[in-house]
Ligand binder design. Structure first.
Ligand SMILES: [Zn+2]
Length: 54
């Protein structure tokens, strides 16, 4: 597999968000308080945390 490319069949991020993880806009949303990963423009994190609620 080439670096940065994920097979669509196993790309859960694409299935969930409709775009590849490399295309997600993480601009200025900070880090997830649960797993310390970047948060996308919908306030969702890869760990399942939704920072947009509560
Ligand atoms: Zn997280």
């Amino acid at each position: 597999m080439l670096s940065g490319e994920i097979d669509i069949e196993i790309n859960d991020h694409f299935k969930n968000f409709g775009k590849d993880i490399n295309d997600v806009d993480y601009n200025g949303n900070g880090l997830c308080p649960f797993c310390n990963s970047r948060i996308d423009e919908f306030n969702f994190c890869a760990c399942g945390g939704n920072l947009g609620v509560d």
